[in-house]
Ligand binder design. Structure first.
Ligand code: ME8
Length: 674
């Protein structure tokens, strides 16, 4: 998206996500930080800021080389492919970044080399032992999966993040003299206590620095896939110096002798906020300010380290493979559902669980039955009772007074300012609930029957619609798509994204405004169906179908079917709709020894099913019995009768008589069998 017109006088706000590794596709964890930053970016714009929002892809390092090797493609091909997936996902999620940086781009390489040159030049009159950069032998243990120095000694060690054995590294490297920055860093934390947030993370960082800092290696000789060291191309930059510099290169650093010539860089640097996950806090709160101090550049204002999304009790992480992907969620429930869920469910800053079950439950409770239902009720009533025009009665009813008061609105903004997203949404949803209750209490449908109550009807519907307008503005940063639709349905002029959230007051809805046709913004989701659709799309992402060879597409007789070893995929299995049924009647089919005609209740429907079980079961013994039925089998005719489903049975014993599948526990008809 475009930045605000740079000639205007808006204050600037520059925020960044981590630059994600392009060794694989993004998952819900990577999307989390990007969504959070998008909410902040949208909120800041609605407070009148000119926002620069940077994300990007970290495309160097051993893990990229290895992933490419495994996929039998070049590292460049791999990162090109994955970078596109990242970009496509950000588009799907409605992310409003202004800048995207790839660490394999020429601008980025130039920026990294400029930063190092600048550091070397600043130190050229110092004795070698005082310089920030020097060359020496490095030996240590390093985790290639998490790109983490695990220990600075050659003894075997396991990675604290993923638990795998770290690899031994022994070579000549360029070092950064981090040990010389201990005092300066402690002063920074002292003078700027919110440089690291939340506070408890600041304490961790301080303790780490107080314990003493070791110099860090910032180049590699063994790795080829990286940016060459200026005037010493045998060395390439080690990922963190390279990756962190993307916060500069992403907004134009690297032009001119000092690197600062680009007007965009002049305008937006220093960053106001680096949003990251807690596992990379040291790189951002210790290394990064030291690298910048050594180069004489201004420091970012704040590093915020949030907690992890856990999936199946562990950090959702591509190296562990326990990931959920955002695309299926967006395709089944919409973009807002994922955004709302992540911000509402997790107390920002702490770890939080991700589960598809709670996602769908929240979607139905808060979005479909909550806001969506409220919007459609209000708009439908205005259409039916007020000729689609907002009535003329702009006063605040006592029921809503507190929730739309200036202090409450200020508390919501403070929540956004302090990244307390769950609290923000709880407060906004209090207004959703109160407005709903207000409608239930006032019963506009009864008022509409009585012409003498038309003033009161107008007051109630004005208040409900105005409250809806305020909710729409307040929730827009989190659920941009639905709020935009409601905004349009409320007949509101101008762009919702341009509305000043910090100037929101009661009474902005103009009486007489024509409202649009009510349309469902959050259709209710059937839990089982939604879950299964997501699951099957996930499987497609995990096991993409092999591209059919051209010869088979053109129908060549020589093309062979892919070998399956007689196995089916989980997607094949997911196609079978197995349900618990209860037999409500059973009778023999005349002229057929083996066939019974059954009527089976499968929860939302009653089916006639013909089953070849008459030799094993007497009809009267089957009444009330729980069975398993294939519910999505195409109907078939037998002996002129339609059979709509099939019972599952084992073929048992020497005579092969069928034994019906059943349950020891009491299960309601309609339950899915998986
Ligand atoms: O670390 N829960 O890239 P990365 C919450 N390239 N957030 C998560 C998460 C989870 N389960 N999993 C990932 C890198 N994240 C480096 C960064 S920055 C100059 C270089 C988010 O692809 C979170 O923001 O491993 C975390 O810090 C980031 O993705 C790690 O992304």
């Amino acid at each position: 998206m475009d930045r605000a017109d740079s000639s205007d006088k808006k204050p600037k706000f520059y925020l960044t996500t981590p630059i994600y590794y392009a060794n694989s596709r993004p998952h819900v964890g990577s999307a989390y930080t990007t969504i959070v930053c998008d909410v902040i970016a949208r909120y800041k714009r609605m407070c009148g800021y000119d926002v620069a929002y940077l994300t990007g892809t970290d495309e160097h390092g051993v893990n990229i080389e290895r992933a490419a090797e495994k996929a039998e493609i070049t590292p460049q091909e791999l990162v090109d492919k994955n970078e596109k997936i990242f970009r496509d996902l950000w588009k799907l999620l409605g992310i409003t970044t202004t800048d995207f940086i790839r660490t394999t781009s020429d601008e980025h390489a130039r920026a990294v080399q400029t930063l190092v040159r600048r550091t070397i030049e600043r130190d050229q009159n110092l004795p070698p032992e005082k310089r920030a950069l020097y060359k020496a032998k490095y030996e240590g243990r390093y985790c290639i999966y998490d790109n983490l120095y695990v220990s600075d000694t050659p003894e075997p060690a396991d990675c604290p993040t993923c638990g795998r054995p770290a690899e031994l590294i022994s070579e000549e490297n360029y070092f950064f003299k981090l040990s010389a920055y201990q005092q300066k860093l402690l002063e920074l934390y002292e003078t700027k206590p919110d440089f690291v947030q939340p506070d408890f993370r600041m304490n961790e960082v301080k303790s780490f620095v107080e314990a003493g800092l070791k110099d860090v290696s910032i180049s590699r000789k063994t790795i080829k896939w990286g940016i060459p060291w200026p005037d010493d191309p045998e060395h390439v930059f080690y990922v963190w110096y390279d990756a962190l510099t993307s916060y500069l290169s992403g907004i134009g650093y690297g032009e001119g002798a000092d690197g600062e010539a680009n007007p965009n860089f002049k305008k937006y640097w220093p960053a106001d906020l680096h949003m990251i996950g807690k596992e990379i806090i040291r790189f951002h709160a210790v290394y990064w300010p030291a690298f910048l101090m050594a180069a004489g550049l201004r420091l970012p204002n704040q590093v915020f380290a949030h907690g992890w999304l856990l999936f199946e009790q562990e950090k959702m992480s591509k190296s562990k493979g326990n990931v959920a992907y955002p695309e299926p969620i967006v395709k089944v429930l919409g973009n807002d559902a994922l955004r709302y869920y992540l911000l509402r469910e997790v107390v920002f800053g702490q770890d939080g669980n991700f589960s598809r079950d709670s996602l769908i439950t929240r979607y139905n409770a808060d979005l479909a039955n909550g806001l969506g239902n409220l919007a459609s009720r209000i708009l439908t009533m205005i259409a039916s009772y007020c000729g689609s025009a907002i009535p003329n009665a702009p006063e605040v009813p006592p029921r809503l007074e507190e929730l739309v008061s200036a202090p409450h609105l200020k508390a919501i903004r403070s929540g956004y300012d302090g990244f307390a997203f769950s609290e923000v949404l709880t407060s906004v949803w209090k207004l959703v609930e109160a407005t709903d209750k207000y409608i239930v209490e006032e019963k506009p449908w009864s008022l509409a029957q009585n012409p003498s109550e038309s003033d009161r009807l107008g007051r109630v519907l004005y208040a409900a619609a105005e409250s809806l307008r305020m909710i729409t503005v307040l929730a827009h940063p989190v659920i941009p798509d639905a709020t935009l639709k409601i905004w349009g349905q409320l007949g509101q002029p101008g762009k919702l994204a341009d509305v000043r959230i910090d100037q929101l007051t009661w009474g902005g809805l103009r009486p007489g405004t024509k409202v649009g046709k009510p349309q469902a913004v959050f259709p209710r989701a059937d839990k089982i169906q939604a879950w299964e659709r997501m699951e099957s799309m996930e499987q497609e992402i995990r096991n993409p179908k092999p591209v059919e060879p051209v010869s088979s597409r053109s129908g060549s007789a020589t093309s062979a079917a892919p070998a399956t070893d007689g196995k089916i995929t989980i997607e094949d299995f997911a196609k079978i709709d197995l349900r618990v049924g209860q037999v409500t009647s059973a009778e023999r089919v005349q002229g057929a020894d083996k066939l019974l005609k059954l009527v089976v209740d499968i929860g939302d429907e009653v089916r006639q099913v013909l089953a070849g079980i008459a030799l094993a079961y007497a009809p009267e013994d089957l009444i009330g019995r729980k069975v398993v039925i294939v519910a999505n089998l195409a109907p078939r005719k037998m002996r002129g009768l339609e059979s709509n489903g099939m019972l599952l049975a084992a073929s048992a014993g020497a005579d092969g008589l069928p034994v019906l599948c059943t349950f020891a526990e009491d299960i309601p008809p309609g339950a899915k069998v998986k």
